[in-house]
Design a protein around this ligand. Structure first.
Ligand code: WQD
Length: 335
C-alpha cells in the first residue's frame, strides 16, 4: 500500500513515517517545511534504512496537491499537516482557520477526485474542552477554548459529514493527548521553532543549557502536587497507533474517534523530576502564574482504542525522558 503522509517531516509525522517504512508500507511525504526542516527527511531515511518519495507542497495549493495524487497511486492518507500552536492561534485566528480548514478541504476533494477514501486524521484531546471530567471518553461532548482547538473540532465535524454523505469513506479521528519523547536512535525528536510552548521541549532546552530555568505555570491546581496533570504518551507509541488506525480504515467505514493516550496522568513536577533522573542533573525551575486557558487535569480513557484498534501504549515516563534526553543530548541545537 502507498500512504500519503501530509506533514510527514514534522515531529509526529516523522516518527510515524519511520514506523510505516519499518512495517513495509511505501510512503509519499508532503510537507511545506513551515514547522519542520528538510534535514528530517534524511534522518527518516537513515533510521528506517529505506527511501521514500517526497513532495514539497502546501496543501492550501489545490493544484499542487492534485499533482501529488496524479503522480502517485495513493491508497490512504495520514493527515498531520496543520498549524498547531494554541497561543499563536489566539493571535492569528484567521490564519489558523484558513490554513487548517482549507488544507483539509483541498485534501478531501483531491482524495475524492482520485478515488482515495481512507483517511487517518490528527485530531487532539483539546476538543474535550474545559467542561468534561477526566478520564475522557470519545462520546463526551466536544468544544474548544482557542482557534486551534476549534479547527480540530470543525474538521472532525466536516469529516463526519463526508462519511455520512459517502458510505465508502473510512476516517479514523485520532485524539492525541500529550505526545513527548523521541525515537530511541536519537536521530528524530521534537524540535520546535523558537521558544517552546510545550512543557517537554522546554525542559529539554533547560537540560542542555539553552534556557535558564523552567517556569511552572501554577502550583495551586486541585492536583496531588498542585501542578497541572496531563496524559503524556511516547511519540513512538503514538506513531504505532496510526498504523493500527490504517488497518481499521481498511476493515471499516464511517468516521470514528479514538483516544491515543496512556490513561495515566503525570504532573509538571513529575515530568521535570523524571527528566532530572534521565539526564542526571538537577534542573532549575520557578513557579509562575497559571497560564490562561490551562485546565488542572487531562487524561484519557483508552479502552476504545484497545478494543477496536488492538492498540495500547507500552512505554512509560522513564522511557519518554530517557529517549528525550538522548535526542537533545545528541542534537543540542536542534535538527
Ligand atoms: C502541559 C502542562 C502547563 C509549559 C497543548 C495543546 C494540545 C496539544 C499538546 C497540539 C500544563 C505546563 C507547560 C511550560 C508549564 N497540542 N507547562 N511550563 O497545554 O496540555 O496541550 O499541547 O495538539 O492541543 O493544548 O501541553 O505541554 O503546553 O502543557 O508549567 O513552560 O505543562 O501548564 O499543565 P498542553 P503543554
Amino acid at each position: 500500500m502507498k500512504i500519503l503522509v501530509t506533514g510527514g517531516a514534522g515531529y509526529i509525522g516523522s516518527h510515524t513515517s519511520v514506523e510505516l517504512l519499518d512495517a513495509g508500507y511505501e510512503i509519499v511525504i508532503a510537507d511545506n517545511f513551515s514547522n519542520s526542516k528538510p534535514e528530517v527527511l534524511e534522518r527518516i531515511r537513515k533510521v528506517a534504512g529505506k527511501d521514500f518519495d517526497f513532495c514539497e507542497c502546501d496543501l492550501c495549493d489545490k493544484e499542487a496537491l492534485d499533482k501529488v495524487f496524479d503522480s502517485y497511486d495513493i491508497d490512504a492518507v495520514i493527515h498531520f499537516a496543520g498549524l498547531k500552536a494554541v497561543g499563536e492561534s489566539c493571535e492569528k485566528p484567521l490564519e489558523y482557520y484558513r490554513n487548517n480548514l482549507v488544507s483539509t478541504m483541498n485534501l478531501c476533494e483531491s482524495m475524492r477526485e482520485h478515488g482515495c477514501k481512507k483517511l487517518v486524521f490528527s485530531s487532539s484531546a483539546t476538543v474535550y474542552g474545559m467542561n468534561n471530567t477526566a478520564p475522557y471518553t470519545e462520546d463526551m461532548p466536544l468544544s474548544a477554548t482557542n482557534p486551534y482547538g476549534w479547527t480540530k473540532f470543525m474538521i472532525e465535524e466536516m469529516l463526519r459529514g463526508v462519511c455520512a454523505a459517502d458510505k465508502e469513506w473510512s476516517v479514523a479521528l485520532l485524539r492525541y493527548f500529550n505526545p513527548i519523547g523521541a525515537h530511541s536512535s536519537g536521530q528524530l525528536g521534537e524540535d520546535p521553532n523558537g521558544i517552546p510552548n510545550n512543557l517537554f521541549p522546554y525542559i529539554m532546552r533547560v537540560a542542555v543549557g539553552k534556557l535558564p530555568e523552567l517556569g511552572v505555570f501554577g502550583d495551586d491546581y486541585d492536583t496531588p502536587d498542585g501542578t497541572g496533570v496531563r496524559d503524556y504518551i511516547h511519540v513512538v507509541d503514538l506513531a504505532k497507533g496510526h498504523l493500527k488506525a490504517l488497518e481499521w480504515c481498511s476493515e471499516n467505514v464511517g468516521a470514528e474517534p479514538f483516544n491515543l493516550g496512556t490513561g495515566n496522568g503525570s504532573s509538571v513536577l513529575e515530568v521535570l523530576h523524571g527528566f532530572e533522573k534521565a539526564c542526571g542533573k538537577t534542573l532549575p525551575y520557578s513557579v509562575k502564574p497559571r497560564r490562561a486557558g490551562d485546565i488542572a487535569t487531562s487524561f484519557a480513557d483508552c479502552s476504545k482504542a484497545e478494543k477496536q484498534l488492538g492498540w495500547k501504549a507500552e512505554l512509560g515516563m522513564e522511557d519518554m525522558c530517557r529517549d528525550g534526553w538522548n535526542f537533545i543530548k545528541n542534537n543540542p541545537n536542534g535538527l
